[in-house]
Design a protein around this ligand. Structure first.
Ligand SMILES: *Cc1c(COP(=O)(O)O)cnc(C)c1O
Length: 243
């Protein structure tokens, strides 16, 4: 188990480096986030001991269950799943960043809770660049006006944009939804808004990380290629459905 994870991590870092090399990017500009849904805390700990510093969880329940093991380790925890408004307060106990900000009511609730706690939070705005109905995220056309609105919330540090690309067996079908996130970001840049000049792109998973890096990703979120198939021997569950 331990050797598998370490071996897989080496392979994923090699994939990131190769993908950067091909398009002339600096590998330091692409951060690896471990997508750890359904992965046991002890397994996550092995990856952290191997030098990883960033994990992403999809469910409040898992953040809570793994907290005893993970809370004292030198890592950042991000929330990358669909977040229900009534879970905000709990999730804020565990994470320093929410990558799945996808609606104004969620921004309002975050702002309210953060004001109460007198703290700030990093956020990524989730964009549904594949236009799939099963996916959360703002429509690409809505992002600019949404960002302008939440920019007035001083509790939220807008760090960038996040998407889950369209997964397909054909590369040509996967590229557009990745490219579109960059296009949306460039549209925001062209407005020249203060404080929105350095937005990161969180995109690319086990299947499409090379493509995402070629399209400008700054953070790839990888689960399966590191921890193995979540569905083996488990009940199939839809990751996009909220708790
Ligand atoms: C599960 C998940 C990932 C990682 O997917 P893999 O295909 O296992 O690499 C990335 N991002 C989000 C939001 C996820 O839910």
């Amino acid at each position: 188990m331990k050797n598998d994870i370490i071996f897989n991590l080496i392979k994923v870092h090699q994939r990131i480096e190769n993908a950067c090399k091909i398009v002339g990017r600096n590998p330091n500009d692409v951060r690896l986030l471990l997508a750890t849904k359904t992965v046991a805390a002890e397994q996550i700990r092995l990856a952290i001991e191997a030098g990883e510093t960033l994990i992403g969880e999809n469910k409040m329940q898992e953040l809570r269950d793994k907290n005893d093991v993970l809370q004292h380790l030198p890592i950042e925890r991000h929330f990358i799943g669909h977040l229900q408004t009534n879970k905000v307060k709990d999730v804020l106990k565990y994470v320093t960043c929410i990558q799945s900000l996808d609606r104004l009511s969620l921004a309002d609730e975050l702002h309210k809770q953060l004001q109460n706690q007198n703290r700030k939070l990093d956020v990524f705005v989730q964009v549904n660049t594949s236009y799939e109905e099963s996916k959360f995220g703002l429509a690409p056309e809505e992002v600019l006006s949404f960002i302008k609105k939440i920019k007035t919330y001083e509790t939220l540090n807008i760090k960038g944009l996040m998407t889950i690309g369209l997964l397909d067996v054909e590369k040509e079908k996967m590229i557009p939804s990745l490219r579109l996130l960059r296009t949306v970001r460039d549209e925001i840049y062209s407005e020249g808004i203060d404080g929105l000049q350095d937005l990161k792109l969180s995109m690319g998973m086990s299947q499409d990380l090379e493509l995402a890096i070629a399209e400008g990703s700054n953070m790839v979120r990888v689960g399966t290629s590191i921890f193995g198939n979540r569905f083996l021997g488990k009940e199939i569950w839809n990751e996009n459905i909220a708790e």
